[in-house]
Ligand binder design. Structure first.
Ligand code: DAH
Length: 356
C-alpha cells in the first residue's frame, strides 16, 4: 500500500470512529470534548497531516482535500448531534418542571384573632364610638400608680387582696410590680392630660393585660381588663348608669337589664357592683346565675376625690365616674364558654370555632 493510501485508510478509520463516538455522546460536554479530540488544533485529523511531509507534491493536495471533506462532514454531524442533545435536555427540563394545572390549589389555613382579643376589640370599639379616647399603660407599674394614687395606702387591706406580683426592680427607689388592674391607667392618662395643660372633659377607655398571683379554675395569673372613666363638670351616677346600659346592650347585642348594688372600692365613692340580667335564662334563674337571675359583671363608682387630687384635678369643679371589667368573663358570658382555661390552653379546635 502506498503512503497516500495508508493515510486515506487511516483518515477513514478516524472518520468512522468519530462518527460512532459523536453518536454515542451522552451530553453536550462530552460532545465538546470529542470535538477537540478529533477536530482540534492538536486533534487526530490534524495529527494525520503531520505525515504529509513524506508524500509527493502531487499527493499532498489530495490528502488536504480528504481531510477537509471529513472535517466538514464531522462538523455537520457534531452540529446535528448537539441539536439533538439540546432538544433532549429541553424535553427533560420541561418534563421535570411540568405542573399539573388541573390539581386543586393548596388551601392556606386562615388565622383568626384570639377570642379575648376579639372581645377587647369589640369593647374598645363601642367606647370609641361613644367618644372615649383609647389609652394604654405599662404592665410593669409603680406602687404609686397601682395603689397609692388610687387611694389604696400601704396599710390598706385592699393591697393584700390584690395578690400582687412584686418585682425586684425599683423606679427611683419605688417598688415595681405587675399591675393588678387597669385602674392605674386612670392615673397615667389624667397625669398626662393635666400635664399637657388640658382641662376636663376627659373620657378614656383603657384595655390591657393585668396580673395576679392567683390560679385556679376561675382565676388565671394573667387576664384582661377594660378600664373606662370620664371626668367633667357635673358628672353623676346617672351618666355612669347610662354609659353602662348602652355599653352592655351593645356588647351583648340585646337589651340587657342592669342593676347597681352598693359596694366598696377604695378609688370610688360611692361604689357599685354592676349586674346584668342573666343572659342564659333571661332572669328566670338558672345554674349559671345560681338561681338569682342576675350575673355580676363589673365594678364601678364615682371617682374618689383623693384620686382626682392625686393628679391635681380640682374636685370643687370636676367629678368623674369609672368602671373596670374583666374581659374573659364578659366574653365567656357572651359566647357561653364554660371554662376560663379554654382561653389559655390554645387548643386550636376551640380557637378555630371561636375564630372570626
Ligand atoms: N380595679 C378594680 C379591680 O380590678 C375594678 C374596678 C372597680 C375599676 C371599680 C374601677 C372601678 O374603675 O370604679 O378589681
Amino acid at each position: 500500500m502506498s503512503d497516500i493510501d495508508a493515510m486515506i485508510a487511516q483518515l477513514e478509520s478516524i472518520r468512522q470512529q468519530a462518527q460512532q463516538d459523536f453518536a454515542a455522546a451522552a451530553d453536550s460536554e462530552v460532545l465538546t470534548a470529542l470535538k477537540v479530540k478529533y477536530l482540534g488544533k492538536k486533534g487526530e485529523l490534524t495529527g494525520v497531516l503531520k505525515g504529509v511531509g513524506g508524500l509527493s507534491v502531487e499527493d499532498r493536495p489530495r490528502i488536504g482535500q480528504v481531510v477537509n471533506t471529513i472535517k466538514a462532514e464531522l462538523e455537520q454531524v457534531i452540529e446535528a448531534r448537539a441539536a439533538e442533545l439540546g432538544a433532549q435536555a429541553d424535553a427533560a427540563r420541561i418534563h421535570a418542571e411540568r405542573i399539573d394545572v388541573s390539581l386543586p390549589g393548596r388551601v392556606m389555613p386562615r388565622g383568626a384573632l384570639h377570642p379575648v382579643q376579639q372581645g377587647l376589640d369589640e369593647m374598645t370599639a363601642i367606647f370609641d364610638r361613644m367618644g372615649f379616647m383609647i389609652a394604654e399603660g405599662p404592665e410593669i407599674e409603680t406602687e404609686f400608680h397601682n395603689f397609692d394614687a388610687l387611694n389604696i395606702p400601704p396599710e390598706h387591706p385592699a393591697r393584700a387582696m390584690h395578690d400582687t406580683f412584686f418585682l425586684r426592680d425599683t423606679e427611683n427607689g419605688e417598688p415595681m410590680l405587675l399591675r393588678t388592674h387597669t385602674s392605674p391607667v386612670q392615673i397615667r392618662a389624667m397625669q398626662r392630660f393635666v400635664g399637657d395643660g388640658h382641662e376636663p372633659p376627659l373620657a378614656v377607655v383603657a384595655p390591657g393585660r393585668v396580673y395576679r398571683c392567683d390560679s385556679d379554675v376561675t382565676h388565671s395569673p394573667m387576664f384582661h381588663q377594660v378600664e373606662v372613666f370620664k371626668v367633667d363638670r357635673d358628672v353623676s351616677m346617672a351618666h355612669l348608669k347610662g354609659v353602662l346600659q348602652y355599653f352592655l346592650s351593645a356588647y351583648f347585642e340585646q337589651e340587657v337589664p342592669i342593676r347597681l348594688r352598693p359596694h366598696y372600692f377604695p378609688f370610688t365613692e360611692p361604689s357599685a357592683e354592676v349586674d346584668i340580667g342573666c343572659v342564659f335564662c333571661a332572669g328566670k334563674g338558672c345554674r349559671i346565675c345560681k338561681g338569682s337571675g342576675w350575673i355580676e359583671v363589673l365594678g364601678s363608682g364615682m371617682i374618689h376625690p383623693n384620686v382626682l387630687k392625686s393628679v391635681n384635678i380640682d374636685t370643687s369643679i370636676y367629678s368623674g365616674f369609672a368602671f373596670g371589667l374583666g374581659v374573659e368573663r364578659l366574653v365567656m358570658l357572651k359566647h357561653g364558654i364554660p371554662d376560663l382555661r379554654l382561653f389559655f390552653e390554645n387548643d386550636v379546635r376551640f380557637l378555630r370555632r371561636m375564630g372570626a
